[in-house]
Design a protein around this ligand. Structure first.
Ligand code: ADP
Ligand code: MG
Length: 254
């Protein structure tokens, strides 16, 4: 991975009326990395993402995305990013192929719908309607829609929340494969095992402030170096290992 900064956020502040949701955060995202924003509910993760995505106004601060200043060139930013659309917005009567063609039209892009569905393992659902998909399939489809405009950066806000263990693992593979094609990924998640596996670096945000930022490895090493000791694990496996061992890694939704 190179160290070219593709997103630079400086002193970002967002107030909702009297309430300070984001309190002057700064971070950089490097091209080609998976960058995680971690933090409890209400920390300001979605607000931060939506501001970078040009969907929400900031109160103050400076944001540069791939050389474009958010204040001056929001439309240039829109062209190079992929944003997960709100699932409730999908036209219920259209099948997946028709939806992709529709979105491609909105982006003024030519896409091969079947090829795109292939990349998210949904080719055999090409004629299904969105509402007929399982939770994992819906998430994969919404990730497919982020890829329509061949973006340099995609934003995923809690893409695996509510999924079963198989579907989560499947989505990790998908995100890794998107990264391996050179796309930068910004993701939020409440699952620390997921962040540890997927993210090159994470920022931990709490009550509108970044309280730590580094690779998962570095954060863990720092904690251990500070004297933290975990109660010794007596077992060599956990219940999730049992579940995956018994039910297998393949997806069950199809
Ligand atoms: P997260 O995604 O980390 O859970 P959010 O960015 O959604 O957090 O929200 C951060 C804080 O801002 C929360 O306290 C939330 O209630 C508040 N908030 C979010 N959107 C609005 C809004 N449109 N108006 C007022 N407060 C909001
Ligand atoms: Mg959120």
């Amino acid at each position: 991975m190179n160290e070219k900064i593709i997103i630079s956020v400086k002193n970002l502040v967002k107030d909702y009326g009297e309430f300070h949701a984001v309190k002057g955060i700064s971070f950089d995202v490097y091209e080609g990395e998976v960058f995680g924003l971690l933090g409890p509910n209400g920390a300001g993760k979605s607000t931060t993402l939506e501001i970078i995505e040009t969907l929400r106004n900031k109160t103050s601060g400076k944001i540069i995305v791939d050389g474009f200043n958010l204040d001056e060139s929001p439309n240039d930013i829109k062209k190079i990013i992929g944003v997960q659309l709100q699932t409730s917005g999908y036209y219920p009567g259209l099948n997946l192929t028709e939806l992709i063609v529709l979105f491609a039209g909105l982006y003024n892009e030519n896409v091969n719908a079947l090829e795109l569905l292939d990349t998210v393992n949904l080719r055999d659902k090409a004629k299904s309607k969105y509402k007929e998909l399982s939770g994992g399939q819906k998430q994969r489809f919404s990730i497919a829609t982020t890829l329509i405009n061949k973006p340099k950066i995609i934003f995923l806000d809690e893409p695996t929340t509510g999924l079963d263990p198989q579907a989560r693992r499947n989505l990790w593979d998908l995100i890794k494969s998107i990264q391996s094609r050179g796309t930068t990924v910004i993701i939020t998640t409440h699952y620390m095992d997921e962040a540890e596996r997927l993210c090159n670096r994470v920022a931990i945000i709490d009550a509108g402030k970044i309280i730590a930022m580094a690779s998962p490895d570095k954060l863990i090493d720092d904690l251990v170096a500070a004297g933290f000791e975990k109660p010794k694990e007596v077992k060599q496996a956990n219940l999730e290992d049992v579940f995956i061992q018994l039910t297998g890694k393949h997806l069950r939704e199809e």
